[in-house]
Design a protein around this ligand. Structure first.
Ligand SMILES: C[S@@+](CC[C@H](N)C(=O)[O-])C[C@H]1O[C@@H](n2cnc3c(N)ncnc32)[C@H](O)[C@@H]1O
Length: 301
């Protein structure tokens, strides 16, 4: 094998490994009855710092979200981490409002004044890219803008939420120079959609702010490619933290120890290795030993 082929094989094996948890678990995690059972299992922790908050507020958003409690736990912990970072919350991909509303409830409960920008067509996904997106369909995840607005009102968050209804290619350019971001939730599934928001809004994220990539390891490949392309094009050496699948996240400008270098990109498994409840759940339910698999790939690189 040529050295190029060896690197390509390592890159593929690494990404197959970090995408495996979602491949195995997505069918159950997309089922509302399974999520009800999971939330009912009080010994499972979904969050290092906000487990009680997630459990107590799940009923308010469970019918409004595609994000499971493990990912939601990380999202809310990151929100806590960046609570004093200058800037607002921008969510590209709000669907029925669930993740945005949960962030709003946390900010309200903790007396923190930040605006949540909910950005969505509210008409579902645009056309997936023929080459770079797998497994998604045009119109998927359609929601209803009036219902989302009424849920925001019902949860007492109207003062805090600013809606940007429409395609990102139309709604991002008018706000990109005026916004400062403490947390950027990138939850729009597709290559083109990520390209329509990430390159314009990444520069608006304050140093130390969080960028949460909800679909990075979903196997669709689009969000991952758009993020990698942007980082490479701009020679940015950010560390991508592996998180409960399919999510990953970046803390802008933050150094990390024990970096895994794969195909010119830097990753860290520190966060996931500390998330024992999630690792236990993968092992018990899917016989998947994620850390062992990552270490195997890492040592053969
Ligand atoms: C997976 S859903 C978001 C899930 C949401 N965060 C939750 O809590 O369930 C993806 C959303 O991204 C939106 N979307 C994707 N591409 C878009 C684009 N180019 N412009 C506007 N909205 C887009 C879709 O309409 C859809 O509501």
């Amino acid at each position: 094998m040529s050295s190029r082929e060896i690197i390509d094989t390592q890159v593929k094996t690494f990404h197959d490994t970090i995408e495996m948890p979602w491949k195995r678990s997505f069918l159950s995690l997309m089922r509302s009855t399974y999520l009800e059972d999971l939330i009912g299992e009080t010994e499972i922790s979904f969050s290092e710092k906000n487990n009680i908050f997630i459990r107590e507020n799940w009923d308010s958003i469970k019918h409004l979200t595609l994000v499971d409690p493990f990912r939601m736990g990380v999202l809310i912990d990151l929100l806590e981490k960046v609570k004093d970072v200058e800037g607002d919350i921008v969510e590209c991909g709000s669907y029925k409002g669930g993740s945005g509303i949960l962030m709003g409830l946390w900010l309200k409960a903790n007396g923190i004044k930040k605006t949540i920008h909910m950005m969505d067509s509210f008409a579902g996904l645009p056309d997936p890219d023929a080459v770079n997106d797998k497994g998604y369909k045009k119109g998927q995840f359609m929601s209803d803008f009036d219902l989302v607005k009424s849920e925001v009102e019902k949860n007492g968050l109207s003062d805090m939420v600013k809606f940007h209804k429409g395609w990102f290619s139309d709604t991002v350019p008018p706000m990109k120079n005026d916004v400062k971001i403490a947390l950027f939730h990138v939850d729009c599934d597709l290559y083109t959609s990520t390209n329509d928001c990430f390159p314009d809004l990444y520069p608006a994220v304050t140093q130390g702010g969080a960028i949460v990539l909800d679909d990075f390891n979903d196997g669709g490949g689009g969000e991952k490619k758009a993020v990698h392309d942007y980082l490479e094009r701009n020679e940015l050496s950010e560390v991508i933290h592996i998180s409960p699948a399919p999510q990953s996240f970046i803390i802008k400008g933050e150094a990390a120890n024990d970096i895994i270098k794969v195909g010119g990109q830097k990753y860290s498994d520190q966060h996931i290795s500390n998330n024992q409840p999630y690792l236990n759940w993968l092992k018990e339910n899917y016989d998947l030993n994620l850390m062992e698999n990552i270490q195997k790939v890492n040592s053969s690189a």
